[in-house]
Structure formats: structure tokens, C-alpha cells
Design a protein around this ligand. Structure first.
Ligand code: 48N
Length: 315
């Protein structure tokens, strides 16, 4: 067989050595020339159990490793992915779990607006696009990524290639782990100390199935970027209200691009000890305007969330 057989496969105890023959963009002749003719084509042999073990061995090793994480990022939309990329790149020593309720990460950033495909970002968000390697057209005060999926897939690919990040998709954060904080004057509050997770399909059926007990991830810092209100959205800020750490939500205001994007980026912060909130989730807490189909604030809110996180770790 040619170079695509990264795993001996034959005895069902694949000893895939983890190296990849990745050669994107080098296709200079039909693959058949590399693999041998299609006429006598056959895949390397495999047993079903080998496939099952290849998946489950890695998944449960990751669950074990990330049960204690340094940072959990809740929500892998444009803000969460930008935060993950920035934090994991600036601080490779941090172990970062990204928990995403959807099977498909990316949130609302697969399209520009109203199903149009181009994505607009106002400068200086082009700095982040250049860092990540997303091509764009320069229009002066703003730039345009020809297809929003190019932004999302590029950032996602960069994040997934980072050795200190693990994406747990199809997994919902359904509560926060907290620890009591007693101030000098005797008043009590909480510090967020991790997240409570469950398969999203389980979380969606608590009402019609017995409530399945959850799993947990301990972490001294959580970055919540779960988007504006919706079935799962604005999760952490709504939970802060229900656990009486925040009086009430400000409620996202009407669309005002000029006001919204500055407010979201500048407002991205640690809202209670151990919990940083960014992206459109923050608009629900602060009562900021929405910005509609422009994504620069999502990217730079993620960058700011990462830098706020570093401040916490550098204390
Ligand atoms: O894309 P979103 O919804 O959120 P952001 O803040 O990353 O980006 C918002 C952006 O797409 C806009 O809304 C644009 C700019 N429009 C603004 C406007 O004016 O309307 O991503 C949030 C992600 C999603 O993928 C959710 O599935 C996920 O968070 N999520 C969760 N994941 C795990 N546990 C949860 N409890 C949870 N809740 C949401």
C-alpha cells in the first residue's frame, strides 16, 4: 500500500504511530499513481473493534485528561473559537477544554447575515484575520471574507490543531461548579470553579427522560461565549441570575452597529470571580445593543477574553 496506511490494521491492534502523511496542495498526479491502479484497489484490512477502540480510547483519555482543565471555554462560536485560538497560542502550557452544545461548532458564523455568505468585519479585526490566515478583501474601514465558512473553518482548523485544546462538541454545559467566597465583611458570593456537562441530547430531554446525572470539568477559570438568548444561549449569565449572583439581565438592545461592537469588545471581562463573559452573551448581561451581520466584535471579544484570562493566571 502507498503512504496512506498510517496504521498496520492487520492484527486489529493498530499501532498507528500518530504521524501523518499530510501533504495538502501537493497533488501533482492522479492518486492512483501513488496507491497503485484502481483495478487491484483494496483498503488495508481492519476489524470493527479496531475502529471502536481507536475512537473510544482517545475520547476517554481526553475526558480523563481534561477532567482537570486550566480553562473551560463554553460555546465554540466565533467568539469562543477566537478566544481558544488566542489563549492556547499565547499560553501553550494551559490545558483548555472547549465545550460546544452543537454537533457542529461555529455557532452563528457559518453565514454572514440572512443566509448571505460573505462575512463583514470592521477594522481593526483584520489584524486577527491576518494572524489566523483568513484571506479577505480590503474595503477601507472594513474587510470582507468572501464566505463566512472560510473564517469559521479556518479558525476551527487552527484551534483543533493546537495540542493544548480539546473540543468536546455535542456536549452541553448545563450548570456551573461554584465555591463559596466569604468577604471580610462576612458577605458571601461564589467563585466559578468549572462546569457541569452532559450530552446535549440528554440535556434536551431532562423533561421526558429520567434526569441523567451529569459529568464535570474542574477549572479555575471559565470563559462563557454562549451567544445571545435562545434554547441554550446566554447560558452562564442566566445561571448567574438564577443563583442570585447577578440581580437581573440587562437584555440585548436593538441593532446599532456603531455602539454594539465597541461595547462588547470593551466590556468583555471577568463578571464574577472565575467567569469571563464575551461575545453576544455579554449583550444579554450588560444590555448592549446587537450589531447584526458584522463579526469583528466577536473575534476581538474572544481575543480580549483570552487576554483577560491571562491576567487571572498571571496574578
Ligand atoms: O455564534 P454564537 O451564538 O455566539 P458568539 O457570541 O460567538 O457570536 C455571536 C454571533 O454569531 C452573532 O450573533 C452575530 C454577530 N450577530 C449579532 C446579532 O446582532 O444578532 O455561538 C455560541 C455557541 C453556539 O455554538 C452554541 O451551540 C453554544 O455556544 N452554546 C453552548 N455550548 C455548550 N453549552 C451551552 N450551555 C451552550 N449554549 C450555547
Amino acid at each position: 500500500m502507498g503512504p496512506f496506511n498510517g496504521d498496520d490494521g492487520n492484527n486489529g491492534n493498530g499501532n498507528g504511530n500518530g504521524t501523518t502523511a499530510s501533504r495538502p496542495g501537493t497533488l501533482s498526479k492522479p492518486l492512483a499513481d501513488l496507491m497503485g491502479s484502481w483495478d487491484d484497489f483494496a483498503f488495508a484490512p481492519i476489524r470493527e473493534s479496531t475502529v471502536s477502540r481507536a475512537m473510544t480510547r482517545r475520547y476517554f483519555a481526553d475526558l480523563d485528561a481534561y477532567a482537570e482543565s486550566d480553562v473551560v471555554i463554553v460555546g465554540a462560536g466565533s467568539c469562543g473559537l477566537s478566544a481558544a485560538y488566542t489563549l492556547a497560542t499565547l499560553r501553550p502550557s494551559l490545558r483548555i477544554a472547549v465545550v460546544e452544545a452543537g454537533v457542529a461548532p461555529g455557532g452563528g458564523a457559518w453565514l454572514g447575515g440572512q443566509l448571505f455568505s460573505a462575512m463583514v468585519m470592521r477594522k481593526p479585526a483584520d489584524v486577527f484575520l491576518a494572524e489566523v490566515g483568513v484571506p479577505f478583501e480590503d474595503e477601507g474601514d472594513y474587510v470582507v471574507v468572501r464566505h463566512a465558512a472560510l473564517f469559521t473553518s479556518t479558525v476551527l482548523a487552527r484551534v483543533l490543531a493546537l495540542p493544548n485544546v480539546k473540543l468536546f462538541n455535542a456536549t452541553a454545559v448545563e450548570d456551573l461548579i461554584t465555591r463559596p467566597v466569604v468577604a471580610a465583611d462576612g458577605s458571601t458570593s461564589v467563585r466559578v470553579a468549572g462546569v457541569v456537562t452532559n450530552w446535549t441530547l440528554v440535556s434536551m430531554h431532562h423533561d421526558d427522560q429520567s434526569c441523567m446525572d451529569p459529568n464535570t470539568i474542574n477549572a479555575p477559570l471559565v470563559i462563557s461565549t454562549t451567544g445571545h438568548d435562545g434554547p441554550f444561549g446566554a447560558f452562564s449569565v442566566k445561571r448567574l441570575v438564577s443563583m442570585r449572583q447577578v440581580e437581573t439581565l440587562g437584555g440585548m438592545r436593538g441593532l446599532d452597529m456603531g455602539a454594539a461592537e465597541d461595547a462588547i469588545v470593551k466590556g468583555t471581562r471577568e463578571v464574577v470571580p472565575g467567569l469571563i463573559v464575551g461575545g453576544m452573551e455579554l449583550s444579554e448581561l450588560d444590555g448592549a445593543n446587537r450589531m447584526g451581520p458584522t463579526f469583528g466584535a466577536m473575534a476581538l471579544s474572544g481575543v480580549k477574553a483570552a487576554e483577560e484570562a491571562l491576567k487571572v493566571f498571571d496574578l
